[in-house]
Design a protein around this ligand. Sequence first.
Ligand SMILES: NC(=O)c1ccc[n+]([C@@H]2O[C@H](COP(=O)([O-])OP(=O)(O)OC[C@H]3O[C@@H](n4cnc5c(N)ncnc54)[C@H](OP(=O)(O)O)[C@@H]3O)[C@@H](O)[C@H]2O)c1
Length: 273
Amino acid sequence: MAGEAEKRIPRMGYGTWARLDSEGVEAMLAALEVGYRHLDTAQSYGTEPMVGEALRRCGLPRQDVFVTTKIDTANFGPGKLLPSLRHSLDQLGVDTVDLTLIHWPSPNGELALPVYLDQLVEAQDAGLTRLIGVSNFTTALLDEAERRLGPGRIATNQIELNPLFKNKKVAVQCQRRDILVTCYLPIAHGRLAGNPVLQSIGARYGATVEQVAIAWELAKGYAAIPTSSRRERIASNFAATKLSLSPDDIAAIDALADGPRSIAPSWGPEWDA
Ligand SMILES: NC(=O)c1ccc[n+]([C@@H]2O[C@H](COP(=O)([O-])OP(=O)(O)OC[C@H]3O[C@@H](n4cnc5c(N)ncnc54)[C@H](OP(=O)(O)O)[C@@H]3O)[C@@H](O)[C@H]2O)c1
């Protein structure tokens, strides 16, 4: 079993959705150069080969870069998950990944959770992934997963979360269970501009609204995986790791009204909020 230090998931990660082709590789190399040590990919993004190339070219030892991938729902059927993860490892050019997530619960609940969750555990036991976790899981699904696996097995739940969509019920349940919350869309896909509360906090620190959002997420104890195609934004988003917000600032962001969820496919689970 990995020791606590080994288990640690870097709280700041670089999202790789849409970071395709040679431009994608360059963006990942820029991210590693400015200090990100966690790359978030998925079987469905088509970016595993780019992550692999960035890992080979970055000059960092393999163990210094934490790699997360996610199992596509098409690979949930009996006997499918492990071969699909082996293919991911080939694409990434690594022997093992640091973290593998169930990307979404089975569409429309077609497959029972144990069908795919048990295969993920099998993949971990076979050494294909060091840690396992889930994504887009609701409180009901987390309950079911923990009943199946016992406590301490699920390292993270990657969910949509940012200052304008705080996903509080799931986040609270994760923290109560010691499951790391990883925020996707941490900067609301670039839609934070013009928010007066974030702007006024940012103005006091000389920070962008995106930096304020990421600093808030890290202060809450979450991980964040923003992406950008542009070098200067890749760097400025990472610089949010140096921004320490006051308790009043954090409370002001906590009090912001939630807008709607951005990612809600028709086949998705019954959300908590
Ligand atoms: N588990 C899941 O189901 C799931 C779902 C969605 C995403 N994800 C993961 O989460 C990662 C992040 O999510 P996301 O890419 O959808 O959203 P995001 O990181 O919140 O936003 C990225 C967008 O914001 C823009 N942006 C980046 N930095 C900026 C800045 N400093 N100022 C203004 N705009 C900025 C980018 O445009 P430019 O490129 O032009 O800078 C891009 O369009 C993904 O890459 C993926 O790894 C996971």
